[in-house]
Design a binder for this molecule. Structure first.
Ligand code: ZN
Length: 245
């Protein structure tokens, strides 16, 4: 499916503009294997695959690598870790098969011995590490945005969680004297919703390869009826955004 063959063409057009900026800088994705990061990874790969510069006679034999990072931690349960590991491998294979000149690397950021749940979103703790791992001229894409929690201002602080992520990230890149590295939140900037993501992933054949369930009592769950907080939350977001469309 083309990025633009959709009823939400304005949002996809914004998404394309986001990907277009500095179009051949290093591209990185924080990739869990869940819906949001899978959507970003797939649409980014699709965008690069269709890009005229990638398909010009000079570049036609070139490959393009998207480097993905994932958080390795046992803190959220073993089932979640295994589900995500399996999902990432299947999704990588799916995208590389669909776009043979796009290569995806998977790099763990190991937080096994750290207590990170106290900060609410693991990404706050991950931002300094990621900012130090990245080369100059890199773009790091993060999937936050569909749930309102990260875009609501924190009381007494006047900033949203996402703005704090960016502050931490930018502060550390400056400390490390690295230039032209940006953290980008494409879902927030484009207004892409859960319903769009889920319908899109289903249409391209990726929804069943993703995972987001954190049920620790049952390994094989059906996300349509699972009662874990993640599955229930996704269903709620999906229904809310369907009504808005
Ligand atoms: Zn679940």
């Amino acid at each position: 499916m083309s990025l633009f063959a959709t009823n939400n063409s304005r949002k996809f057009s914004i998404l394309k503009d986001i990907y277009e900026v500095d179009s051949f800088s290093e591209r990185k994705v924080l990739f869990s294997g869940g819906q949001d990061s899978t959507f970003i990874l797939y649409t980014l790969a699709s965008f690069i695959n269709e890009h005229p510069r990638f398909n010009s006679p000079n570049n036609i034999n070139e490959n393009f690598t998207i480097q993905c990072y994932y958080i390795k931690t046992t803190q959220f349960g073993n089932y979640l870790q295994i589900r995500e590991e399996v999902a990432r491998i299947k999704i990588k294979e799916f995208i590389e098969k669909k776009f043979p000149r796009i290569k995806i690397t998977l790099t763990p950021v190991d937080f096994s011995n750290l207590e990170i749940s106290a900060v609410g979103h693991a990404q706050v703790a991950v931002m300094p590490i990621l900012s130090l791992l990245l080369e100059e001229h890199s773009r790091l894409y993060l999937g936050q945005g569909v749930t309102d929690a990260v875009t609501v201002e924190i009381q007494d602080c006047g900033k949203t969680k996402v703005e704090i992520f960016k502050d931490v990230f930018n502060g550390f890149t400056k400390l490390a004297s690295k230039y032209d590295i940006k953290s980008v939140f494409p879902l927030i900037e484009s207004g892409i919703t859960r319903a769009i993501i889920q319908d899109y992933l289903e249409e391209v054949g990726l929804l069943n390869l993703c995972t987001w369930c954190n049920n620790e009592t049952q390994f094989d769950t059906d996300y349509r009826i699972c009662v874990c907080s993640k599955c229930a939350g996704h269903r709620r977001e999906y229904n809310t955004h369907l009504q808005e469309c």
